[in-house]
Design a protein around this ligand. Structure first.
Ligand code: NAI
Length: 393
């Protein structure tokens, strides 16, 4: 079917861009595929995988690793907006389309489903897909970042919030487009808001997926599952680790125990991987984080340790033996945030944090790098793309 074409420009609204450039996004997909193909994943030769939250960010990069690195059969689930007339789709829509085109060309088995992963209907649909495509599932990645979730039992809708707990939080943040550093104050979350954020971003739905899959007998022996989390430095703890999202991540981490009990009889194992802070659609929405990222990017680039989603996922699945002995921290988590938390990097960030302002932002931070990463998420400012040419909508 022929698609409308047009010259597409970015339209920024708050921390979102409401347009997406298909050619730019497909170029980004190609870059990720090229990088993955040059790496080896010999320790993790999984033959089939389900990636939840696989249309953007960490989940998308994971799909590239499983498809093009391990040559696994992949089913990916995400929630994306389709194009309508001359209104572009959301960026993940074009990302998965690009991955699908490349997978087809190389004879790989990759399928994307645009579904609400929280619903039981979606779970049942995917179980039928697994049965018809693979028989049994060897690997599940849980990479959802969502603003709300409908409880499948009660149909009540829960919304997550990014708030501190127990005290008002005041800190600096940056408006990346106005290049303005300003103070932000956030009132503490109510008990209800904490509970709701845990409902959306905690481990309840991860456990529910595994239970559904197990009850339907579609988990292969030695089944593995990984969910992604974040901790970060003390500088962001009031809003992240000690805030509502941190409580949800604690709940996600605690789900490991219950999942492991559930899949013990098939020699299954679940893991939390603590990843590095990066510009994604989810993280751009967290106050303070973009300013922290602009310093983190600067010092990690200077140190030669900067990574994007794809480099992080390459490291996760090439350096850890998920069927054998993984390197875990005291709490049993895989840590690929070690370069971010390196004291050399964090000390440098702390040493300038109090002095950074709108006047010196361009000189002392990598705000340009953060801006580029942000606009790249929507397919704009991607190197090698001619933006004067009409692109498919
Ligand atoms: P992202 O916003 O790029 O991706 C979120 C994914 O979830 C997308 O594929 C989206 O379509 C999907 N999704 C949202 N609601 C859905 C629904 N109802 N049904 C199906 N799919 C749905 O976010 P990002 O940053 O890649 O986050 C993924 C995970 O990685 C999250 O758990 C996040 O906390 C974690 N993480 C993120 C870090 C960061 O700095 N971005 C750092 C460390 C961990």
């Amino acid at each position: 079917m022929s698609r409308e074409k047009g010259v597409i420009v970015p339209k920024i609204k708050g921390f979102l861009c409401i347009t997406a450039h298909s050619a730019g996004l497909k170029k980004r997909v190609q870059n990720q595929i090229n990088l993955v193909k040059s790496k080896s994943f010999k320790n993790n030769n999984f033959k089939n995988a389900l990636i939840l939250g696989g249309s953007t960010g960490y989940g998308f990069a994971t799909s590239v690793v499983f498809s093009f690195g391990m040559k696994a059969n992949v089913i990916s689930v995400g929630f994306e907006r389709e194009p309508q007339g001359n209104r572009t789709a959301s960026s993940g829509y074009y990302m998965v389309e690009g991955l699908n085109e490349n997978a087809k060309n190389e004879g790989l088995n990759y399928t994307f489903h645009n579904l609400d992963a929280f619903s039981d209907e979606s779970k049942k649909f995917i179980i039928d897909e697994i049965k018809s495509k693979f028989g049994k599932l060897e690997f599940l990645v849980y990479s959802l970042a969502a603003p709300r979730r409908t409880d499948p039992d009660t149909k009540e809708v829960y919304s997550s919030v990014l708030k501190p707990i127990g005290k008002t939080f005041t800190s600096k943040t940056v408006d990346i487009y106005k290049e303005e550093v300003k103070e932000i104050s956030l009132e503490p979350a109510t008990d209800e808001e904490i509970k709701n954020t845990i409902k959306v971003m905690g481990g309840e739905d991860w456990f529910r997926w595994i239970k559904f899959l197990k009850d339907n007998d579609v988990l292969a022996p030695n089944f593995r599952t990984v969910a992604y989390s974040y901790i970060g430095p003390k500088l962001t703890w009031d809003i992240y680790n000690d805030g509502t999202i941190g409580k949800a991540k604690e709940h996600l981490t605690n789900a490991v125990k219950d999942i492991d009990t559930l899949i013990k009889d098939i020699n299954g194992k679940s893991y939390i991987s603590v990843n590095k802070a990066l510009v994604t659609q989810a993280s751009a929405a967290i106050p303070v984080v973009p300013l922290y990222l602009s310093l983190l990017y600067k010092y990690m680039r200077e140190e030669g340790t900067h990574e994007g989603c794809i480099e992080q996922m390459i490291r996760l699945y090439s350096e850890n033996d998920l069927l054998g002995a993984c390197n875990l921290d005291k709490e049993g988590r895989i840590r690929i945030d070690n370069f971010e938390l390196d004291s050399k990097i964090q000390d440098k960030i702390l040493s300038v944090w109090n002095t950074v302002n709108s006047e010196n932002l361009l000189q002392i931070t990598d705000i340009e790098g953060v801006k580029k990463d942000f606009i790249n998420l929507f397919g704009f400012d991607v190197d090698g793309v001619d933006y004067s040419e009409p692109t498919e909508i």
